[in-house]
Design a protein around this ligand. Structure first.
Ligand SMILES: Cc1cc2nc3c(=O)[nH]c(=O)nc-3n(C[C@H](O)[C@H](O)[C@H](O)COP(=O)(O)OP(=O)(O)OC[C@H]3O[C@@H](n4cnc5c(N)ncnc54)[C@H](O)[C@@H]3O)c2cc1C
Length: 598
């Protein structure tokens, strides 16, 4: 049966050896207590919960799914109980402000827990995951009263949250949104409209559900400039702060879908429901970006989760499954055949998953460190971190989810036909991973955001905030003979990244379609270079540890070998991306719409 074991050794490597989290926490006001011992204890506890409580429910959730009856949603067996344990363990409050009952720990610790919980059971993890985004939005934009009423209950985990953007006719293009918000005399609003695809919109795991809803005021300008943000509780809070009378919001039905069956995806009907404005009128989309940025990093994590899960299970299988002999003669002559891990193409699939999971972990934890800085560092550091995060968020979201799906497919392929059979869980992993490239902005939309909004509109400044970091690393490591194999290609790609950006910028001045036509290739290229930076850094740390004779030499040698694999087998994918991104828009736009069908 498929299993999950939290990769604590690698997590500790990234936190301590690569990202120097101890110094990072010491430098941030209010985080001094986050010592390595304390962080390790939290991770160990989180790992136990993920492995023992959530992992066994992963296939249960897939098989049973959520059920809908008379407007109520029942989650799969064990989900509710696991959520109670999660709340009792204080996990929802980990990285939220003590002012509202939180533990005040930095986001970068929360992300480690989210990784383990999400890898063990992605569908389950979405319930608290959505709440986390709702909490961040309220913390950033809510009034004091809203924070006291709603945030404290979300932080304690008694209530959960949702994010209600999508409508039947509008997904990517939120400017088309129609849900109405009409003012009442008491300062509240009547919210009317239908939202679809709402994750965790209705369920039986918590006493109340707080919907964060985008809607339009009566006199709002058209398009995205006329959208406001509202809190709409399922049950109205009473004077004592508990869940009171039912509000006019209900689940109309559940979507039947390809994967993540354990998470409820709901059609939500708002029939004049009472809502309260968050932030200024018509600035809802700006406020919602707080939610979306949290969610985007959270979804990037989904790429890592499916890569890690698929890797762990396919590795176990590849060691046990006996088929054919190694090309240079039997590796296990006492057995009827050799384990499939001896075959180069099986190794390629395993190493690809390993390189994506471990590289992805480094990238996401680095982003989480930037989030800590944006929240807590000095103004100067904050601005720098914010710029880097603006660049890296679409890359992490789209690139890691595309590679997470690729990994999940490799995991299935290692199992051969058995991977296609439900019992092994590998086909579930593929199905569950597919959504990550769609929600929180599709890959295409992340790519437009990266190349158009972040890079070209800032005239390359956002890009330079990160290419400078890579440049400095390459310069500093240039004299280390053992780093040549990494620094040479990395520096070359880093320079090329800037040059490609310039070329695309020039083309875009003549024809804006060039941005759209190059965008996904550009994003994937950016992803491969970004991951190369983290793999080069990990190789450097591994070499240093080996030179120092630190224990665990096998771990560091494996790191080095995987880094080499990444540089020699994955980074060269950029060559074809360069060709296609520069091939121009004409090969896409020349065909007349009416002639596509021939
Ligand atoms: C399981 C699931 C859970 C979800 N959870 C939530 C949730 O909790 N809350 C919520 O509000 N929504 C949620 N969604 C909705 C999700 O965010 C949207 O499906 C997504 O944003 C895409 O919108 P759409 O489906 O309308 O596709 P469309 O916007 O219609 O896009 C269709 C295709 O066109 C492409 N496209 C569109 N515009 C462009 C462009 N300018 N350039 C290039 N390509 C373009 C897209 O990339 C896509 O491939 C969920 C969806 C699913 C399936």
């Amino acid at each position: 049966m498929p299993e999950y074991k939290a990769p604590q050794r690698d997590i500790q490597f990234v936190l301590n050896d690569l990202l120097q989290m101890e110094q990072h926490y010491q430098s941030l006001p209010g985080c001094e207590d986050a010592t390595p011992d304390m962080v390790s204890a939290i991770i160990e506890e989180g790992a136990r919960f993920a492995e023992r409580v959530l992992s066994p429910l992963n296939s249960v959730g897939d098989q049973q799914g959520c059920t809908f009856k008379d407007g109520e949603v029942t989650t799969p067996e064990g989900f509710r109980d696991a959520y109670q344990q999660f709340v009792e363990g204080g996990w929802p409050s980990l990285s939220h402000s003590p002012e509202f009952g939180g533990q005040g720990l930095p986001e970068s610790i929360g992300i480690v827990i989210n990784e383990m919980v999400g890898t063990a059971n992605w569908s389950w993890s979405m319930y608290p995951g959505l709440s986390h985004g709702a909490m961040n939005t309220l913390e950033a934009h809510g009034t004091d009263e809203q924070k006291q009423t709603y945030l404290t209950k979300l932080v304690s985990g008694e209530w959960t949250g949702t994010m209600c953007l999508t409508e039947p006719h509008c997904g990517t293009d939120l400017g088309l949104l129609r849900t109405k918000a009409e003012p009442n005399d008491d300062g509240s609003y009547r919210i009317s409209g239908t939202k679809i695809f709402i994750s965790a919109g209705e369920h039986d795991m918590a006493d109340n559900i707080i919907h964060i809803v985008l809607a339009r005021l009566p006199d709002a300008p058209e398009g995205t400039k006329g959208i406001s943000l509202f809190i709409v509780p399922k049950f109205m809070p009473t004077a004592s702060g508990d869940a009171g009378e039912r509000n006019a919001v209900s689940c109309g039905s559940l979507e039947h879908k390809m994967g993540i069956h354990g998470n409820s995806t709901c059609v939500m009907n708002f029939d004049g429901a009472t809502g309260y404005l968050i932030g200024p009128p018509n600035k809802g989309l700006n406020c919602m970006f707080t939610f979306m940025n949290t969610a985007r990093l959270g979804t990037a994590l989904q790429g890592l989760a499916h890569a890690e899960w698929g890797f762990q299970n396919s590795l176990t299988y590849a060691r046990e499954r006996l088929q054919m002999r190694a090309l240079n003669g039997p590796a296990a002559p006492d057995k009827a055949a050799d384990p499939i891990i001896v075959h180069p193409e099986v190794r390629k699939m395993l190493l690809t998953q390993k390189a994506i999971a471990e590289g992805g972990r480094a990238l996401i934890y680095y982003c989480a460190q930037l989030v800590d800085k944006v929240k807590l560092a000095s103004e100067e550091e904050k601005a720098l971190a914010d710029t880097q995060l603006a660049l890296l968020t679409p890359i992490a979201k789209a690139f890691l989810t595309e590679l997470g799906f690729e990994s999940a497919n490799h995991g299935l392929q290692v199992y051969g036909g058995h991977g296609y059979i439900s019992e092994w869980g590998m086909e579930q992993n593929v199905r569950d991973s597919r959504i990550s490239m769609l929600y929180e902005g599709t890959t295409q939309i992340q790519a437009l955001d990266l190349l158009g909004r972040k890079v070209l509109m800032s005239e390359g400044k956002t890009l330079m905030a990160f290419t400078k970091v890579i440049h400095r690393f390459c310069e500093a490591a240039a004299d280390e003979p053992k780093m040549r194999a990494f620094v040479g290609p990395l520096a070359k790609h880093n320079k090329e990244w800037g040059e490609l950006t310039q070329q695309l910028g020039m083309k875009a001045m003549m024809n804006r379609e060039e941005v759209g036509a190059a965008s996904v290739d550009y994003l994937m290229y950016s992803g491969y270079v970004t991951l190369a930076y983290f793999w080069a850094r990990m190789a450097q740390v591994a070499q240093q540890k080996l030179a120092e004779g630190s224990g665990d030499a096998a771990f560091y040698r494996a790191k080095l070998t995987t880094a080499r694999f990444y540089f020699e087998r994955m980074l060269p994918r950029t060559r074809s991306l360069v060709e296609t991104m520069l091939s121009g828009s004409d090969n896409l736009m020349a065909l007349d719409e009416d002639h596509f069908a021939f």
